[in-house]
Write a protein of this length. Structure first.
Length: 308
């Protein structure tokens, strides 16, 4: 069973992915946050930078595309094939209102005939293998059974299933009962995704679903960067490891972005997750959030790590 690092837009860009892989590793594969092409612009410069092979050395990356027209999807897929990619992932799970309103992301699940037409054309002409990442449905988890019927008619490399519906966004419990039914019947290689945050969560899921091709983890690997390694029997994270990871990440963002403001924003976003590693340090965490220069920010992080 393979372990995948989930795509997280705004967080798991190439700098994060490569620094994470160097310090912790443990994931077999990383997925890029979605590329969102439009007609005649298959990729923005920023998106190209994220998937360039020379920016992703040392990791196995699967780029992800979000589109509602197969011709647009194929335009981007061809650029990715020229870069050397042999697999592309199709995003049918993004719950954002503006995305769904355009019939993209989870919005693709609203019209299964449309999805069928999309896959017909994409699978016939894509220069590489296609995997798909979906939710169970738009509103009702039972929608997944009709979705499965559609997906099974196409030669998809893998189906990554986030066991929530669009209406859940990221709330509520993943519907493991429904996922179980899918796992029993599904003929495609199937990967589970949703709320695997501890080694115990992983073990429980693996026992329940030993036949899965993969398990995808997102937020769990932010809450505990050593999670993949621990799942593989490795040791828990040490403070000095986190300090080194944190410093390299901060320095790489600083080099890439102009000015303290953007780097601070990027780093503070991560503290929404990292804060859980320091449950007894609410004062120090507040100071980190309030830091208005990188110098102060680094001092406050150092202070927090000394306290713990
Ligand atoms: C901030 C954030 C950004 C995300 N961006 C993407 C994305 O670009 N593409 C995608 O397929 N899923 C995206 N997701 C969903 C995750 O890949 C994953 O399916 C979800 O977080 C559930 O898995 P987890 O409980 O292991 O985090 C995002 C989730 C979060 C929290």
């Amino acid at each position: 069973m393979k372990l995948y690092f989930a795509p997280m837009e705004g967080i798991t860009g190439y700098i994060f992915r490569t620094v994470f892989a160097k310090h912790f590793g443990g994931a077999d594969q990383y997925y890029s946050p979605f590329l969102a092409p439009v007609q005649d612009q298959w990729m923005t410069n920023r998106e190209r930078g994220d998937v360039l092979p020379e920016h992703n050395e040392g990791i196995r990356l699967v780029p992800q595309i979000m589109a509602n027209r197969a011709s647009v999807f194929l335009g981007t897929a061809r650029v990715l094939a020229e870069m050397g990619y042999q697999e592309v992932n199709f995003n049918c799970g993004c719950p954002s209102g503006t995305v769904v309103a355009k019939g993209k992301g989870a919005g693709m699940l609203r019209d299964l005939d449309g999805l069928r037409r999309f896959l017909e054309e994409a699978c016939a002409h894509a220069p590489m293998e296609i995997s798909i990442k979906t939710r169970l449905g738009m509103r009702e988890p039972e929608e997944v059974f009709d979705l499965m019927e559609v997906l099974q008619d196409y030669p998809l490399k893998e189906w990554i299933l986030h066991a929530r519906v669009r209406e859940d966004y990221y709330k509520n419990q993943p519907r493991r009962d429904i996922f179980k039914e899918v796992a029993k019947e599904c003929k495609l290689p199937l990967c589970y995704n949703g709320d695997i945050c501890t080694v115990e969560d992983f073990k429980e899921m693996k026992e329940m679903f030993p036949q899965l091709s993969g398990m995808m983890i997102g937020r769990g690997a932010l809450l505990d960067p050593s999670l993949f390694r621990r799942i593989r029997g490795g040791c828990a994270m040490e403070k000095r490891e986190f300090a080194a990871f944190h410093e390299e990440l901060c320095a790489r963002y600083e080099e890439y972005m102009s000015g303290d403001r953007n780097t601070l924003f990027k780093m503070k976003e991560l503290w929404a997750y990292w804060a859980y590693m320091f449950p007894d340090s609410s004062k120090a965490l507040k100071k980190i959030r309030k830091a208005n220069s990188l110098k102060v920010y680094r001092q406050e992080v150092e202070q927090l790590l000394e306290e713990n």
